[in-house]
Design a binder for this molecule. Sequence first.
Ligand SMILES: [Zn+2]
Length: 108
Amino acid sequence: MKAIAKVAPKKGVELVEKPMPQMGINDVLIKIKKTAICGTDVHIYEWNSWAQEEIKPPLTIGHEYVGEVVEVGSNVKSVKVGERACAATAATAARASATSAARRRASA
Ligand SMILES: [Zn+2]
């Protein structure tokens, strides 16, 4: 899958290929339809003092999106395939992506 990543401790980001994460029993796979660039992403891109303090490359960035649930883990009961999903989190998860797919923990 494609992902936007901060690959090195310098200004800029790169479009990279990443392996699809393995689905766990508590996971939801979301096909991303739209994503956004927020102020946090700009800080990371610019590699300002905040980013240099908070971000440890390599890191896949992006944490605001809308998409469709395409797969759910066997333990997930509150989310169904075909539902719309969105996120606007304050921090990215290690396995999250803002491009073709993302996962999030779902309460069972
Ligand atoms: Zn944000």
